[in-house]
Design a protein around this ligand. Structure first.
Ligand code: ADP
Length: 244
């Protein structure tokens, strides 16, 4: 359902050029739970941002459900980000002065979902992560693990096909990290999950596939996968993917 083909991405700061992604080719399937490991600066976050449409690749192609993104316009990227991917970050990125439910509704606000529907979807997502009783609290009234659950609910509200997680347990203690990993594992039953992590033990225990990065390249992939034309493409069970 998701393929990176010879993706290159570099950053130029002054005269310095960093090759953050250096010819990355990899395919992912629906319902995989992929952990991305590797040293700091090896390109993990860059790959996540490129996959999520937060950052543009320089060369190569990102193929979503068999469709090239080479000629994507900004409006196509916006639609893709709003409808197909959800993000979770290490520091939760919640808005402190908004209630929990308002935080979850906020993403949908930008994607034009009507208010009543927003509330319904937000409640549903917060129920899925076990926070139904806390919807009117502010983020600072919750524990770290609960705040990460709110962030997960926000990412889930639009029922994304792809969930991208950048160090989601990086700020949590071991016990809470295990709870969050279990929750994300459960969510991967319905979607592709790609998670950057610094924790090889949690990755081994919960992920279905481990990919190691080094110097902008994939050094090891525990379950490499080559799509066989149409049969292996993501099935179009979700009609919202048909906006191209
Ligand atoms: P990782 O997630 O593995 O720690 P990153 O993808 O964040 O690695 O970074 C890969 C390389 O690209 C690093 O050398 C980093 O300094 C550089 N880099 C990432 N983002 C930027 C940016 N916005 N501007 C300049 N350099 C960047």
């Amino acid at each position: 359902m998701l393929q990176l083909k010879h993706i290159f991405k570099s950053y130029k700061v002054g005269d310095n050029v960093t090759h953050a992604l250096d010819d990355v080719t990899i395919s992912f399937r629906d319902q995989e739970f992929v952990a991305i490991l590797g040293p700091s600066g090896s390109g993990k976050t860059t790959m996540l941002n490129v996959i999520g449409g937060l950052d543009r690749y320089d060369k190569g192609d990102l193929i979503i459900n068999g469709k090239s993104t080479k000629n994507f316009k900004e409006t196509d990227w916006d639609a893709y980000r709003n409808n197909t991917v959800g993000f979770i970050f290490q520091n939760y990125n919640l808005i402190p002065h908004l209630s929990i439910i308002a935080n979850v509704e906020l993403g949908m606000d930008l994607s034009g979902v009507p208010a009543k529907k927003r509330r319904e979807k937000a409640l549903n997502a917060l129920t899925q992560v076990g926070l139904k009783e806390h919807i009117n609290k502010r983020p600072n009234q919750l524990s770290g693990g609960q705040m990460q659950r709110v962030a997960i609910a926000r990412a889930l509200a639009n029922d994304p096909d792809i969930l991208l997680c950048d160090e989601p347990t990086g700020a949590l203690d071991t016990e809470t990290s295990v709870q969050i990993m279990k929750l994300i594992k459960k969510l991967s039953k319905d979607r592709l999950v790609i998670m950057v992590t610094h924790n090889p033990e949690l990755a081994e225990q919960y992920a279905t596939r481990i990919v190691n990065f080094q110097d902008g390249k994939i050094r090891h992939d525990s379950q490499p996968f080559e799509p066989q034309e149409e049969n292996d493409q993501f099935n179009l069970k979700r009609t919202k993917m048909s906006y191209w």
